[in-house]
Design a protein around this ligand. Structure first.
Ligand code: C2E
Ligand code: MG
Ligand code: MG
Length: 733
């Protein structure tokens, strides 16, 4: 499950992360690019600003130096007074320069004035190195240019400006220094010396200068650093260089970060987008995980359902056969044999029919639990359908298989507590052992053998186990054939009724018991003790029972003074609609219920359930009387006699046969007769064959008897004759 989850969500999360990563990276790259462009733009502006400031400064100085009067007063004949008024006062006072020095033709300072104070030539000498490169350059230019020789005819200007400017350091501070050559403007005065005077001006790059810059170019936090500060991170820089290219100072300011501003503005939306994406990915991953989990779970469920029984959760037939196959295939690697056990509950149908399907389900679940707890790990307990179970065990010797089967039979035979009450069902088990030599037979044959053995266990009386033996196959085959024959016989009248008289002490016939007879076309007469259970097993008992009742009810109408006893199988009794069936037959045949006695065995009363009580109640209400057949052979059974409205008990032949030979037998029969009388029940002895038995029964006080001594079961016409003859059998005195 986890694997599917990661298989689905990992690429999604990866894709989302990659997308977000790329987005963020692109944004950062754009921001950096924008910042760099903005910085370069501002730097270019500042560089141009510095240049235009230089041009401004030179223009300010120009009128004072390209002037015939300046040539006259500064060059040809130095007039300090004039210099102070026209150069010093104007440039220092009005134009705002910080320092003025005028050099003569030999480069000596002849005028040297600083703002607010007159400076000495010594001062100039100290700073001469700052001016020297400019002066040298100016002198070179001067030497290369022809001097005006007089006024021009058109009265125009005779000189072109000759100025050199640069940023220089003076007293540790940066100055914009300009060297301007004094020249005539209209040529009225001409420089008479080999060289013209030079006016040096210096403008300090101070706060005022920076402010002008700042407001002009909208630069935030601009300031000036001495020396080269362009290495400092964070700020924008423009280095200011002297003439030799040396950095004198650095202008720096807070660089514009439009890109970063953009980024900052974009952060929130980005975060929202990323968050949204993350949530979307999460939701998607979760959903896909749920879908995947659902798929895996339903696949597992489907797989489980395909291989397990829904009611008990046990493996089903498919898985059972697979395990059996594995067990047989694995025989070559193991020591012992593989055992397959076929288990069938004995009276499941009765519980299901009597208490309903819910009780049947409950019973199956309880039995499944018992079987599971008794089997070891490695043994497979499966529900094969209905009330059939199967077990596959490996590494077993015959002894071990028998022990296992015994344990299971005991467990199935114990009473089961259901919501509707306690029931006794029991189970029959067939065991097939397959050893290495028989491995070639395969799983299907192994399972079939276990089934055959299970049928044998049923035949032998149920609630037991049988190992498969080869002769069982033949027996089973014969049984299958017999089933088919019985079906046929019931269809074509091969099954008929014999009646056996029941007499009193003096031989008067009080009633007859209807006994089913089947004469097989090749096998001859077959006992009902054999074919009735066969009919029960193969689902023919209802049809057989109905046929017997129809016949007996019809015959009873001819024998007005006789009671006709009809045997009713326990399976028939447990049918919820049994009383309805009987009522319908009464109606159909026109018989009178008073003349009919239903013989039931204790098996029919087992379970002591509501349906049985109700059925018996209804049958009694209709007028039937009830006899408890084979009394003494079952669970014996005082409680049944008290709980159910029984009219008569029939003492089983096994108690009658020893009479006269075995004293104790007489005592038992006497006890039963006393019990019947105490409970006000009538009593009849079955299987009376000898006069000794008859006599002893008479002595004990058993008033009624049935047996070969009086008459064997005979066809109905014999009873007709008997009735016509007075309804008596002959009794030896
Ligand atoms: P059951 O109801 O106990 O019937 C009495 C059985 O004892 C009959 O055997 C009868 O022939 C036999 N019998 C009677 N007198 C003597 C005797 O003196 N000596 C000996 N040895 N046997 C005697 P049958 O007819 O073979 O029936 C066997 C059982 O089959 C019956 O025992 C009854 O339980 C069942 N059965 C017979 N017919 C029907 C039927 O129509 N429906 C049902 N559900 N069961 C039937
Ligand atoms: Mg009977
Ligand atoms: Mg009997």
């Amino acid at each position: 499950m986890k694997r599917i989850e990661t298989r689905l969500s990992a690429p999604l999360a990866g894709m989302a992360l990659l997308t977000v990563g790329i987005l963020v990276a692109v944004l950062f790259m754009i921001a950096a690019r924008v910042d760099r462009d903005a910085l370069e733009h501002e730097q270019a502006l500042v560089v141009r600003g510095v240049q235009s400031r230089i041009v401004d400064v030179e223009r300010t100085v120009l009128p004072q130096v390209v002037w015939d009067e300046a040539v006259e007063h500064l060059g040809n004949r130095f007039d300090a007074q004039w210099a102070r008024e026209n150069i010093g006062a104007y440039l220092l006072g009005q134009a705002g320069f910080d320092l003025i020095v005028i050099l003569d033709a030999d480069g000596r300072p002849i005028f040297n004035e600083q703002v607010g104070q007159t400076v000495t030539s010594a001062y100039y000498d100290r700073h001469a190195p700052a001016f020297a490169p400019l002066v040298r350059r100016l002198r070179r230019d001067e030497a290369q240019r022809p001097r005006p020789t007089g006024p021009r005819a058109d009265g125009g200007l005779v000189s072109r400006s000759m100025q050199i400017s640069s940023i220089e350091r003076i007293d540790g501070e940066a100055y914009l220094v300009t060297a301007s050559l004094v020249q005539p403007d209209f040529g009225k005065a001409l420089v008479r010396h080999a060289r013209a005077p030079v006016v040096l001006t210096a403008l300090k790059l101070d706060a005022v200068f920076l402010e002008g810059f700042s407001s002009r170019f909208l630069l935030a936090g601009i300031h000036l650093h001495a020396g080269d500060a362009s290495g400092q991170a964070g700020d924008a820089h423009v280095p200011l260089k002297d003439l030799s290219g040396q950095v004198v100072a650095t202008l720096d300011w807070s660089p514009p970060h439009p890109g970063q501003r953009l980024l900052r503005k974009a952060v929130l939306p980005i975060l929202i987008v990323v968050g949204g994406l993350a949530v979307a990915v999460l939701v998607f991953a979760r959903r896909s995980r749920k879908i995947a989990e659902g798929l895996v779970a339903s696949e597992a469920r489907a797989k489980h359902m395909a291989l397990h029984d829904a009611l008990t959760g046990l493996p089903n037939r498919v898985l059972f056969e697979e395990r059996l196959r594995q067990a047989i295939d694995g025989l070559s690697r193991r020591r012992g044999a593989a055992a397959v056990l076929a288990i069938d509950l004995d009276r499941f149908k009765a519980v299901n029919d009597t208490h309903g399907h819910a009780a049947g389900d409950e019973l199956i679940q309880a039995m499944a639990k018992r079987l599971s707890t008794l089997c070891r790990v490695g043994e497979t307990v499966a529900r094969l359908g209905g009330d059939e179970f199967g077990v596959v065990a490996v590494d077993l010797e015959p002894k071990g298989a028998a022990a296992l089967a015994e344990r299971l039979v005991a467990a199935l035979g114990a009473p089961v507590e259901l919501s509707c009450g306690t029931v006794f069902v029991g189970g029959s088990i067939g065991v097939a052992l397959i050893d290495q030599a028989e491995a070639h037979l395969g799983a299907v044959e192994a399972a079939r053998r276990a089934d055959v053995a299970m049928y044998r266990a049923k035949e032998e009386g149920r609630g037991r186990y049988c190992f498969f033996e080869a002769e069982m196959d033949a027996a089973l085959k014969a049984r299958r054939g017999l089933e088919a024959d019985l079906r046929q016989a019931m269809d074509d009248g091969g099954v008929w009724l014999a009646y056996q008289p029941q007499v009193d002490a003096v031989g008067r016939v009080l009633g007859v018991e209807a006994l089913a007879r089947w004469t097989h076309p090749t096998k001859g007469p077959i006992s009902p003790a054999a074919f009735v259970p066969l009919a029960e097993d193969c689902g023919l008992i209802d049809a057989l029972g109905q046929m017997v009742m129809r016949r007996a009810f019809t015959d009873s109408r001819r024998w007005k003074d006789l009671k006709v006893a009809v045997n009713v199988s326990a399976l028939q009794m447990k049918q919820a609609d049994f009383p309805d069936q009987v009522a319908l037959l009464l109606h159909e045949t026109g018989a009178v219920a008073d003349k009919i006695e239903l013989e039931i065995t204790e098996g029919a009363l087992l379970g002591d359930d509501e349906t049985t009580h109700r059925a018996i109640e209804r049958l009694r209400e209709m007028g039937f009387s009830l006899a408890l057949d084979d009394f003494g052979t079952g669970y014996s059974s005082l409680s049944y006699l008290r709980r159910y409205p029984i009219d008569k008990i029939k003492i089983d032949r096994s108690f009658i046969t020893p009479l006269g030979e075995d004293k104790e037998a007489g005592a038992v029969v006497a006890a039963i007769v006393r019990l019947a009388k105490a409970l006000r029940l009538s009593v009849i002895a079955e299987g009376v064959e000898t006069d000794v038995q008859r006599q002893q029964l008479k002595d004990i006080g058993c008033a009624q008897a049935q047996g070969f001594l009086f008459s064997a079961p005979v066809p109905a016409d014999k009873i007709d004759a008997l009735v016509a003859d007075g309804g008596r059998v002959k009794i030896e005195a």
